[in-house]
Design a protein around this ligand. Structure first.
Ligand SMILES: [Ca+2]
Ligand SMILES: [Ca+2]
Ligand SMILES: [Ca+2]
Length: 400
């Protein structure tokens, strides 16, 4: 016994010397939080020890199919977004040209949940940056398609309304209107986070492919690249899931679970699901930097700074250093916020830092499903989202 105590003491002392924070973690009381392997994978419980979900003065614009954020006509504010803060004054729908970006598709509501699902409300699941303000901006119609004009207008609108970060879980071909709108966002100091695309190809869709945006590819539970994810040197990865496997053996396909407009908690997969993890982490970084009183640059330097923090604290995957499969690596909220607090230095990057739970999964855990959904390529922009699986594998049981 005595020997063991001595060893532990030495380890703690070495850990303190190395500047590692105690691996404290905050666990919210949402009953289905244990299904959110994706949040464990990027160290959100550790990040929340520094900053519990960000702050209301940080605005994340979700440019998507709308959000289930209001009670109007056949639409409703879903229960697990009821405590989430929305900028209702500036919410806008460019696809329908009205002030009501209600979600007839479900994609935008799921994406919003990953950023700011109402958290620690004793119901459903958690979000990553649940304390921020969400600006719902609709550019994609109920079929998940957007024109260049609508997407560009939505980006300009989000910037004009004071967004700090824009999430675009959609993509398409290079388009001058969208290229210039994202460039204006960059000049204004707004980080545009965008899905890499689901074509399994070694190139990015746009706007992800613009160097001034931040492209996000998808990994699954074992942190290998998801089979559908596009990839490139200039991107980061985040959990997007893989609905064909149950590597963590929790009885559910390994998707990303959030609440949909019909209030069902569904597992979806896609680089669409990966991107909002990065938007959420970026929001936490901004909120924590403000809380600490750090000097945050303005204009394009602000975007460069945010990207640098994300890249410098990413977990290297695949070949050592930046590579063409995982880009800069896995975004990691815990490391990023520890870094802002001087408790994670760049020398720690190569070492084990907050080890992940054991990942024994393999393809032998495969689930046979008719998950054959493949995104079509459109000349305009389409969403980088999901396959719908048979009932039971994609939804959590209803709660009382
Ligand atoms: Ca919740
Ligand atoms: Ca699973
Ligand atoms: Ca690497």
């Amino acid at each position: 016994m005595g020997k063991r105590w001595v060893i532990l003491t030495v380890l703690c002392w070495l850990a303190c010397l190395a500047g590692w924070p105690a691996a404290r973690a905050y666990t919210p009381n949402d009953p289905h939080f244990d299904k959110q392997w994706n949040f464990q994978a990027i160290g959100l419980p550790q990040a929340w020890e520094y900053n519990r979900g960000g702050s209301a003065d940080i605005t994340v614009a979700v440019i998507d199919t709308g959000v289930a954020y209001e009670d109007r006509e056949q639409y409703k504010l879903i229960r697990d977004l009821a405590q989430t803060r929305f900028d209702r004054q500036h919410a806008y729908d460019f696809a329908g040209d009205d002030a009501h970006p209600d979600d007839a598709n479900g994609h935008g509501t799921h994406v919003t949940g990953t950023i700011a699902q109402s958290t620690d409300n004793d119901y459903g699941v958690a979000g990553s940056a649940f304390g921020v303000t969400i600006l719902p901006v609709q550019a994609f119609n109920a079929e998940g398609l957007a024109t260049d004009e609508d997407l560009a207008a939505a980006i300009d609108w989000a910037v004009a309304c004071g967004a700090d970060i824009i999430n675009i879980s959609g993509g398409g071909d290079d388009a001058p209107l969208v290229r210039e709108a994202t460039r204006r966002a960059y000049q204004a100091g707004v980080l545009v986070v965008a899905a890499a695309g689901n074509e399994s190809q070694a190139s990015l869709l746009y706007p992800a492919g613009y160097s001034w945006c931040l492209a996000v590819g998808a990994v699954r539970y074992d942190l290998s690249l998801s089979y559908y994810s596009n990839h490139d040197w200039d991107m980061v990865v985040a959990p997007g899931g893989d609905l064909t496997v149950d590597q963590n053996r929790d009885g559910y396909a390994d998707g990303i679970v959030q609440q949909m407009p019909d209030e069902v908690f569904r597992f979806l997969q896609g680089t669409s699901m990966a991107a909002p993890h990065v938007a959420g982490v970026a929001a936490l970084i901004l909120a924590e930097a403000k809380r600490l009183g750090l000097a945050i640059p303005n204009g394009p330097a602000r975007v460069d700074w945010l990207k640098q923090v994300i890249i410098d604290t990413a977990v290297d995957l695949g070949d050592p250093g930046q590579d063409e499969v995982y880009g800069w690596g896995l975004v990691h909220a815990g490391r990023a916020l520890a870094y802002l607090n001087g408790q994670f230095t760049l020398q720690h990057r190569e070492g084990a830092f907050w080890e992940h739970p054991p990942r024994g999964g393999s393809d032998s855990d495969r689930i046979e499903t008719p998950a054959t959904w493949r995104p079509e390529r459109f000349s305009s922009f389409s969403l980088e989202a999901p396959a719908l699986l048979p009932e039971g594998e994609r939804r959590l049981p209803a709660e009382p």
